[in-house]
Design a binder for this molecule. Structure first.
Ligand code: NAI
Ligand code: SOE
Length: 394
């Protein structure tokens, strides 16, 4: 069985998720396309890197990602650092001939994402951006139904991503609230997952008309370190500094194929945790998904008997996408970890079989173009047309 050595840069929240996926993928998908070996993990100092190696099962650790990128033993560079370092690491990794998986958003803005896309195209390496929610089996099932024409021509897409971890003004000013590190706020952090759903399920977005708000203009300073996502509060006595990104946005969207819809995201919606949803209306039926009930796809077909019309629940299991590798009975429970395991499976398959994998850096770049347009539209109060930049590229 082929072995692929992974150099993972970053040992925080996503470091944990990706390490779990490397360990778990061959347990689910066997024979695996290749066995990922947790070779080296990198963090900002030796102590953090050593802790990450001990905890996440890596053979080696380092506090210098450049050395790891240059190591000829490494096959894959996995970028799980905050958004400001994705481009520099990815470009160096591409030049070193490594296959790359980068966390989302691909970069802080479209210009930066383009440099990454150009680098992987020149190098001819495999590349993937980690919009893992589309690998929830119920989301992949929605895609299958759409491709089979089961809901007909799509008329409308409504997507939301609502969380509440930053609704408390004492949730600290982590890197996610700083434009120079994150690029944008709720938009890049969670709105991009919905944009990925919209493009995956419906098609390319051609126009946006948005509003955006920063509800909490300053927060207690958090100096460095992993983002604790609001679980550790800054006290009243901690100095505050300005938030320079959006807390929330809503946009109307038009798709190149004529469908219309809306996308919204906020991290300030009390009571909502990981409320990542879509509802899609087609000429022959409707689909509804909510990640908080991720084993379920709600479906309604126009030709259902009149006396039984209404949404019903399909619980994903062995009969559905990725079912051959997952649990043998529907509704045993798909978790966040499984979405990352499937992502790893598809990425390694693309490397071994020399095929393209989606979403790739082109998708990441196009999502960045759409994100930039949402901010431009919100600032100017006008529709922004994307035909020249993203529509019909593929
Ligand atoms: P985090 O703050 O929990 O961890 C980041 C880690 O990277 C920390 O350990 C930090 O010390 C380390 N780090 C920072 N700069 C570094 C450098 N130059 N070299 C080596 N290590 C460095 O952040 P989290 O939540 O893991 O986010 C990382 C990325 O993953 C972000 O781009 C974020 O948007 C994305 N993300 C994606 C999720 C998804 O569902 N796909 C979920 C959460 C985050
Ligand atoms: C915080 O909003 C966060 O961790 C995002 O960064 C992820 O992308 C999302 O999947 C979960 O929430």
């Amino acid at each position: 069985m082929k072995k692929l050595n992974v150099g993972m840069i970053g040992g925080g929240f996503m470091g944990k998720a990706h390490a779990l996926a490397y360990a778990g993928m061959p347990m689910f998908f066997w024979p695996a396309p290749a066995v990922p070996h947790r070779h080296t993990v990198v963090d900002v100092n030796d102590q953090l890197a050593k802790d990450a190696a001990d905890r996440l099962g890596f053979e080696h650790y380092s506090s210098n990602w450049r050395e790891v990128v240059a190591n000829p033993d490494i096959d894959i560079i996995d970028i799980v650092t905050p958004n400001d370092s994705h481009a520099e690491i990815a470009i160096a990794a591409a030049k070193a001939g490594k296959h790359i998986i980068s966390e989302k958003p691909l970069a802080r803005n479209a210009a930066e994402a383009k440099t990454m896309l150009d680098a992987v195209n020149v190098a001819g390496v495999k590349h993937m951006v980690a919009f893992n929610y589309r690998r929830t089996p119920a989301v992949a099932l929605a895609k299958k139904y759409i491709e089979e024409g089961r809901i007909g021509k799509i008329l409308n897409f409504r997507g939301t991503y609502l969380q509440d971890w930053s609704a408390d003004p004492n949730s600290p000013l982590s890197w996610r609230f700083q434009k120079k590190i994150a690029g944008s706020g709720a938009l890049g952090d969670i709105g991009t997952h919905v944009i990925d759903f919209a493009r995956y399920l419906v098609g390319e977005i051609s126009d946006v008309n948005a509003v955006a708000k920063t509800w909490i203009p300053e927060r207690p300073v958090q100096s460095g370190g992993a983002d604790k996502l609001g679980t550790v509060k800054g006290g009243e006595d901690v100095p505050k500094a300005a938030v320079d990104v959006d807390d929330e946005f809503t946009t109307l969207v038009k798709f190149a194929n004529g469908a219309i819809g809306s996308i919204e995201a906020t991290r300030n919606a009390w009571g909502r945790n990981n409320f990542l949803t879509f509802e899609i209306h087609g000429e022959k039926g409707s689909l509804y998904f909510n990640y908080e009930r991720r084993d379920e796809l709600q479906v309604c077909f126009a030709d259902d008997p009149g006396d039984a019309k209404g949404f019903r629940t399909v619980y994903t299991g062995p009969a559905h996408p990725y079912g051959e590798g997952l649990w043998p009975i529907p509704a045993l429970g798909i978790g966040y970890g499984e979405t990352k395991i499937i992502e790893t499976y598809d990425f390694l398959k693309s490397i071994v079989e020399d095929t393209n994998v989606s979403p790739d850096f082109l998708d990441g770049y196009q999502i960045a173009v759409i994100s930039d347009a949402i901010l431009e539209s919100a600032e100017k109060g006008v529709w922004v047309n994307l035909n020249k930049s993203v529509a019909n590229v593929r």
